[in-house]
Design a protein around this ligand. Structure first.
Ligand code: UD1
Ligand code: MG
Length: 459
């Protein structure tokens, strides 16, 4: 992290401090709360991504003691982030002060975010910073939940100016009647933040250093304090797995809406699950009950039939898959490829117009354009120790119920007779058959029946 330069009248420099040191006890999990995934990536990753999009110049992530896993995720998602350890969990203001060294460095704006509040949009951070630009010392994110129980209340004067924030446990009955609540996130004037934060004490019901107390302190210094409203669903905080499911539902509804507005038809949107990074082109049809894991890109005009599961797969234009198809990481399907029911594709390139229509496993393979893979074909890619590749040429035809024992190459236009176990390469234009020859013995059945009937009668 570098020291921000004096930008004069230039753009304001911003430090974002992400609090991720909470214990998350209510998750009842061996995994730290902020590492629980929502739409295919951790809550922490969502927050770091949003704050990056909002144009923060530097990032500080505050983690609990011994939380190397949380620190590692922060470094993966935001390699430039500085990680600070809050040695004791003494409250949100105390947590921000764990990043004291970064706060010292003279940023214009300090944004404080909670890693367990993963749905906040980048624009919302910008709205908070806008208030600082207009002269506020503190700008708080407010919302009006249907049930304010447990939240800090925003106390305002008759003109709507923000005076203080009162935590639920410290509030008088009159203050508890206030419906306007603190979402927890705020923006602070970088020049004065550290001074204000250091004056917060723990004289309250929970004996914690409350970040929201910064409002009353800043007011006392004559600084203006403002708040910006956010929709309740955007500031949903995750403390338990019920709220985790609510966050997932909210983000899914955003992703479905974005896919539809981008030109995809979702027949039953509420049954389709996307990942944060799913790319879906236009004129794509997605039938009910389809799951997109991370890393999927679907080209224009594709059809995803019902009950398909995709992860780490790239589909060019006009590809058809399913129903009941499974595309695993490294599946790359060229235009007009067709993958049918109960077909699994892993780490394989499928050529343009190739067809793999029924009950097949293709892994560690490359299938040429227009090749036809019959029902029940298996690429045997694993011997219990290592993986091997199968290469099938253009216009090849692999008969049903064949096992291709890798490493193996089938040449262009070659045929493999059904039921073959292919253990060696097949040259282009050849026919390979590897199974017992058909023997037909006329009249055998009649003779057999006669003999057996006689035996039975003699018993
Ligand atoms: C906080 C606010 C409350 C607001 C609510 C919104 C305070 C004191 N209260 O309450 O006004 O309505 O959020 O959801 O800020 N954390 C640390 N170290 C600590 C304590 C907390 O890193 O010592 C982190 C947590 O991981 C979490 C965030 O700070 O990401 C908020 O902490 P939490 O205990 O959930 O605060 P709330 O009681 O929800
Ligand atoms: Mg909370």
């Amino acid at each position: 992290m570098t020291t921000p330069k004096d930008t004069g009248g230039g753009p304001r420099r911003c430090l974002a401090v992400v609090l991720a040191a909470g214990e998350g006890k209510r998750m009842r999990s061996g995994l730290p709360k902020v590492l629980h995934p929502v739409a295919g990536r951790s809550m922490l990753a969502h927050v770091l991504d949003a704050v990056g999009r909002a144009g923060a110049d530097a990032l500080a992530v505050v983690v609990g003691p011994g939380r190397e896993d949380v620190a590692a995720e922060a470094r993966v998602q935001a390699p430039d982030a500085r990680v600070f350890v809050q040695a004791e969990r003494l409250g949100t203001a105390h947590a921000v002060l764990a990043a004291r060294e970064a706060l010292h460095q003279g940023y214009d704006d300090i944004l404080v975010l909670f890693a367990d509040t993963p749905l906040v949009r980048p624009e919302t951070f910008s709205h908070l910073r806008e208030k600082l630009k207009q002269g506020a010392g503190v700008a708080v994110l407010g919302f009006a939940p249907s049930d304010p129980t447990g939240y800090g209340r925003l106390l305002t004067d008759g003109d709507g100016a923000l005076l203080a924030i009162r935590e639920h446990k410290d509030a008088t009955p009159r203050e508890l009647a206030v419906g306007l609540c603190n979402a927890g996130l705020m923006a602070l004037d970088g020049a004065r933040a550290l001074d204000w934060l250091e004056r917060i004490d723990d004289a309250n019901a929970q004996r914690e250093f409350y970040l929201p107390d910064v409002v009353a302190i800043a007011r006392g210094e004559g600084a203006a304090c403002a708040y910006v409203m956010a929709p309740a669903e955007e500031v949903l905080g995750v403390n338990d797995r019920v709220q985790l499911a609510a966050a997932e539902a909210e983000i899914q509804s955003r992703l479905r809406r974005a896919a539809m507005l981008n030109g995809a038809t979702l027949v039953a949107p509420e049954t389709v699950f996307f990942s944060y990074d799913t790319v879906v082109g236009s004129d794509v049809l997605v039938e009910p009950h389809v799951v997109f894991g991370p890393g999927v890109s679907v080209g224009d005009g594709c059809v995803i039939h019902a009950f398909s599961h995709l992860e780490g797969a790239t589909l060019a234009k006009n590809v058809t898959i399913g129903p009941y198809a499974r595309l695993r990481p490294g599946a790359r399907l060229a235009a007009k490829a067709k993958i049918g029911n109960f077909v699994e594709i892993k780490k394989a390139e499928i050529g343009e117009g190739a067809k793999i229509n029924h009950l097949t496993y293709v892994g560690d393979a490359s299938i040429g354009p227009r090749a036809n893979i019959g029902a029940g074909v298996i690429t045997c890619n694993y011997d219990g120790f290592l993986k091997y590749r199968t290469t099938i040429g253009a216009d090849a035809f692999i008969g049903s119920n064949s096992a291709l024992v890798a490493p193996v190459q089938i040449g262009d236009r070659a045929f493999v007779g059904s039921g073959s176990v292919v253990t060696g390469d097949v040259e282009a234009d050849a026919l390979a058959v590897a199974r017992g020859r058909l023997a037909v013995i006329p009249g055998w059945a009649t003779a057999f029946r006669k003999k057996m009937a006689a035996l039975k009668a003699a018993k």
